[in-house]
Design a protein around this ligand. Structure first.
Ligand SMILES: CC(C)(COP(=O)(O)OP(=O)(O)OC[C@H]1O[C@@H](n2cnc3c(N)ncnc32)[C@H](O)[C@@H]1OP(=O)(O)O)[C@@H](O)C(=O)NCCC(=O)NCCS
Length: 140
C-alpha cells in the first residue's frame, strides 16, 4: 500500500484555524486553533507538513535573526507519527536556520537519540512554566 503523501511549506499565507486541529495532545490547558495560528504568525520561521488541506505536523522557531534561535514546539499529529514527518520537519527547519550560530531546544530523555541523529548534541536547559498561561491567555 502506498503511504499518503504530504507537503512541507514555510508559508502561512491563507492558513486558517480550521486547518490547525489535532495538536497539543495531552496538554491540560491547550491553546485554541486561533491562538495556535497567532503563535505561528509570531514565529521567526515555521515549517508545516500539510496533507489534504490539513496541517499534520509543524515546527516553530523564534530568533533574534542574528546569532541564535530556539525551537519551542515540534509536533506531529498522532496518526502521522512514526512515518518520518518529524524528522523531515526538523531537517527543513535546520536548513531554514543554517545562517545562525546557535539553534537550541529542550526535550525529554527519550527523544535525545532523535535529535542526535539530526546532528544536535546534548546540553542543559533551565525552565519555568506558568500553567495558567499554557493556553496563551494574558494576565488581566
Ligand atoms: C517527537 C515527534 C515530533 C516525532 O515525530 P515523528 O514523525 O513521529 O518522528 P519520525 O517518524 O520522523 O521518527 C524519527 C525517529 O525518531 C524516533 N522517535 C520518534 N519519536 C520518538 C520518541 N518519542 N521516543 C523515542 N524515539 C522516537 C522514531 O522511532 C524514528 O526512529 P528511526 O529513525 O530509527 O526509525 C512526535 O512523536 C510527536 O509529535 N510527539 C509529541 C510531541 C513531542 O514530544 N514533541 C517534541 C518536543 S521536544
Amino acid at each position: 500500500m502506498t503511504q499518503p503523501s504530504y507537503a512541507l511549506t514555510t508559508s502561512l499565507d491563507g492558513l486558517t484555524p480550521g486547518q490547525l486541529h489535532g495538536f497539543f495532545v495531552n496538554w491540560p490547558n491547550p491553546p485554541t486553533p486561533e491562538t495556535f495560528l497567532r503563535l505561528l504568525r509570531g514565529s521567526y520561521r515555521v515549517v508545516l507538513a500539510v496533507h489534504d488541506g490539513q496541517v499534520i505536523g509543524f515546527v516553530q522557531a523564534i530568533s533574534d535573526g542574528v546569532l541564535t534561535a530556539y525551537i519551542p514546539l515540534l509536533e506531529v499529529r498522532p496518526a502521522w507519527q512514526g512515518r518520518g514527518v518529524g524528522r523531515a520537519l526538523m531537517a527543513r527547519m535546520q536548513d531554514e536556520l543554517r545562517h545562525l550560530y546557535a539553534v537550541d531546544l529542550g526535550c525529554d530523555d527519550d527523544l535525545v537519540p532523535f535529535y542526535e541523529r539530526l546532528g544536535m548534541r546534548r546540553g542543559n536547559l533551565m525552565v519555568t512554566r506558568t500553567h495558567a498561561r499554557q493556553n496563551g491567555s494574558q494576565p488581566e
